[in-house]
Ligand binder design. Sequence first.
Ligand code: LMR
Length: 331
Amino acid sequence: MKKLLLGTIAAAVVASSSMAADYTLKFSHVVSANTPKGKAADFFEKRLEELSAGKIDVQVYPSSQLYKDNAVLKAIRLNSVQMAAPSFSKFGKIVPNLALFDLPFLFKDIDHLHRVQDGEVGQALKDKVAAKGIIALNFWDNGFKQLSTNKEPLLTPKDAQGQKFRIMSSKVLEAQFHAVGANPQMMPFSEVYSGLQQGVIDGQENTNSNIFTKKFHEVQKHMTITNHGYLGYLVVMSKKFWNSLPADLQANVTQAMNEATEKEREYAQELNDSQLAQIKAYADKTGNLTIHNLTAEQKDAWRNAVSKIYPEFYSDKTIGKDLIEKTIATK
Ligand code: LMR
């Protein structure tokens, strides 16, 4: 009874605080709540509601509940949704240059990547998004991607020949798989599990966290730790929504976003490590999945096979030679 009463009071407080809110901010994303992006979005919700003293009611919709992949950017422009954090590939039609981050083996490590995002190249990319009428907030991490398949285990590039891989909508990822004689198939994230289960595709590439939380490892026979490419996000906001906020609430958004970004980088590191351990535990327990590690020679063979695609993206209409060279030169 006491419990029931407390529950009723809590529900009434939540209802009255959202009734009192002056603004509703819907944040749509496609991954599970227990991912770097999902946890950071939830942190942002809590923090912004606190900072704005309940004037902004943040509602987070995970797992493509509101919008799938590319559709969300159109919705942001129309202010049908106020915030999203699409992966870089999904900006292809608006700012194709963001596919810089899809280029395989471009970043030496996560620190190099952060220096690029926090420096001149990151700012130039945000400016391009702003020029398209979308507020570009911060870059968020997921991590480096691994390969998995139900066919030949992927140890050398020639193993990928003829295999069908799901890719995000990215010309770079298309070129990457063509470079090793594979068949890339663009597919929304929400359809990957059933695509693998039903054999529409043989394999896929994604981070440990996305593989684990969407159970892709349960419908794959082989997973190879390649860390060949990076997956991350640009958090964006509807310009109409941003402009509707008074200056003090805009400052609250900026602060909550900066704090969430710091947390997000920690979540990304922690979850990609702990969720890989959980995938390994599943593999050991069931015997249904084999995890492969590459030798230094095998990794070099992948690097050589796929890095040759960079010149295909030298035009500014795609990524731009300047951005690629500045990224490589970033110390
Ligand atoms: C994917 O489509 O694989 C990713 O972009 C999903 C995500 O948002 O991490």
